[in-house]
Design a protein around this ligand. Structure first.
Ligand code: ZN
Length: 325
């Protein structure tokens, strides 16, 4: 492999996960996990501008999470100044921060999300990388927030250095990230919701993210592992049980349709294909959202069990605040 690790420059790697034609490899020297080979930059840009979609209803359920995030930030930056969110999606977090007295601006590559944020909330949102916008000026922001965004960058070290440049002395970068050392990730391995090597080009844990932040000129002031955006372990297990049941129904249905076509001397397999895709659609769009709603109370009960796990930094999401040093 010709690629070198962005943290330690080692060129020795071990494949840990293979999925969708990409490998996730672990640096033999510092344990940083990243996608290999990297998707082409133009494929990524096109994907984020045109194809990347976040479910609008699911996004607006994040209000309490965003409120917790800004409250935590305000413990470290009591004087409300200027705040930039990179990857601001439909703009809800920026709207919440603005209501609390922050001067906000955003960056978002997805055109549909950006239009929504501008139209609905009247926000100023740029559609370039930070260093290509007029915001790229020294000592400009008190806070730069990235919620589930850093792992999408081909070079997160460079992005953090750019953020460091734009922050005022003592300014804070706020991150939420998938926790690759979480219990969920260890149990579910390649089936974990956040293992998607094309969009998540890096997988961090608390050790590697700290090293990366230090290298970019930051010092971690707050670290937590939490539930955050995750569906939860129980929901994952229920989902895969449904997938298994649907797989059995699909396979037996398709065998039945093929046998019937043979007997009736129908050449095409169109009936079988349609049956298969209708069932897939039904599972993803109708049944799964229904199941998620039904299991929410069970999930709530597991809250007591989850806390000791989260305290050991094994929760599915990392929340980190780091100060420009
Ligand atoms: Zn390394």
């Amino acid at each position: 492999m010709s690629h070198t690790c962005i943290l330690c420059h080692s060129d020795k790697f071990k494949v840990v996960i293979q999925k969708n034609g990409y490998s996730m490899v672990k640096c033999a020297n510092c344990d940083l996990v990243f996608t290999y080979p990297k998707p082409a930059e133009k494929d990524l840009t096109e994907f984020y501008q045109k194809a990347y979609r976040i479910d609008l209803n699911g996004y607006f359920r994040k209000r309490p999470i965003f409120e917790d995030c800004i409250e935590c930030i305000e413990c470290y930056v009591p004087k409300k100044g200027s705040l930039l969110e990179i990857g601001c999606s439909y703009g809800l977090f920026l709207d919440i921060a603005r209501e609390r007295g922050w001067q906000v601006s955003g960056i978002e590559l997805s055109s549909s999300s950006r239009f929504y944020a501008e139209k609905t909330y009247g926000l100023t949102v740029y559609n370039n990388k930070l260093n290509e916008t007029p915001l790229f000026k020294e000592n400009t922001f008190d806070v730069v927030a990235l919620w589930h965004v850093l792992e999408h960058f081909p070079n997160p070290l460079m992005e953090l250095k750019n953020i460091n440049f734009c922050l005022k002395p003592g300014g804070i970068v706020a991150l939420a990230l998938p926790n690759f050392r979480s219990l969920q990730s260890r149990i579910l391995t390649r089936y974990w919701e956040w293992v998607d090597p094309f969009v998540h080009l890096y997988q961090f844990d608390i050790v590697s993210i700290k090293k990366l932040l230090n290298k970019a000129g930051f010092e971690v002031v707050c670290q937590k592992s939490q539930r955050g955006d995750s569906k939860g372990l129980f929901a994952h297990i229920v989902y895969y049980l449904f997938r298994l049941a649907f797989f059995i129904i699909k396979t037996s249905g398709v065998i039945f349709l093929k046998l019937r076509n043979n007997i009736a001397r129908i050449d095409e397999d169109k009936g079988a294909d349609k049956f298969r895709s209708n069932l897939d659609d039904y599972l993803e769009t109708v049944l799964w959202p229904m199941v998620l709603k039904t299991i929410r109370p069970v999930d709530f009960i597991s809250y007591m069990v989850r806390q000791p796990i989260y305290q050991r930094m094994l929760g599915p999401e990392l929340f980190v605040l780091a100060k420009k040093s």
